[in-house]
Design a protein around this ligand. Structure first.
Ligand SMILES: Cc1cc2nc3c(=O)[nH]c(=O)nc-3n(C[C@H](O)[C@H](O)[C@H](O)COP(=O)(O)O)c2cc1C
Length: 160
């Protein structure tokens, strides 16, 4: 019997994740999207991975620029996450997030941490593309705090 994609989503949704905004810069300014399909991958060399939906406009920008950043969100960043999960114009998304360019990538001022990456590989993964990033710079905020969580299909400040 084929598995209904909703059942797949429901089962995977019981795996609580953090939420990050993946950003990149380009000739038309910064781009970004909300993500939770992120993982550290390797320590030697330092690699992480991000799974991009093939329809993501940010993926196109990442392919062109060869760089991206992963910005880890705080619990209070729910609205930011919703904005970056939308198909609004990229410049409108960045109106709600103060950022600066570091190592050629946009980093969010109020993130819990960020990692700047060069694209190491882009691998096919069904209707997604697995972006493997070689980490070139990291920053961790001295102001620690609770992370934004994605669980059971919802953005949450705490896990039920
Ligand atoms: C909690 C959450 C997690 C998401 N995770 C991903 C993800 O890992 N990869 C992805 O491509 N899209 C993910 N999305 C959907 C994108 O944020 C959404 O498709 C966005 O509009 C893409 O923007 P873009 O086309 O400007 O790149 C997620 C959305 C939410 C709300």
């Amino acid at each position: 019997m084929p598995i209904d994609p909703r059942d797949f989503r429901d089962a995977m949704g019981r795996f609580a994740t953090g939420v990050a905004i993946v950003t990149c810069d380009g000739p038309n300014g910064p781009s970004g999207l909300t993500t939770n399909a992120i993982s550290s991958l390797s320590l030697d060399p330092l690699l992480l991975l991000v799974c991009f939906d093939n329809t993501s406009r940010t993926l196109d920008a990442v392919k062109r620029s060869g760089r991206f950043a992963v910005n880890m969100l705080r619990a209070e960043h729910e609205e930011l996450a919703s904005t970056f999960a939308s198909k609004r114009e990229q410049h409108e998304k960045f109106e709600v997030a103060t950022h600066r360019i570091e190592h050629g990538v946009p980093v969010l001022d109020d993130a819990l941490s960020w990692l700047a990456c060069d694209v190491h590989d882009l691998l096919p993964g069904g209707d997604h593309t697995i972006g493997v990033g070689r980490v070139t710079q990291t920053w961790t905020s001295p102001q620690d705090g609770p992370p934004l969580i994605f669980y059971s299909g919802m953005l949450r400040q705490t896990v039920p």
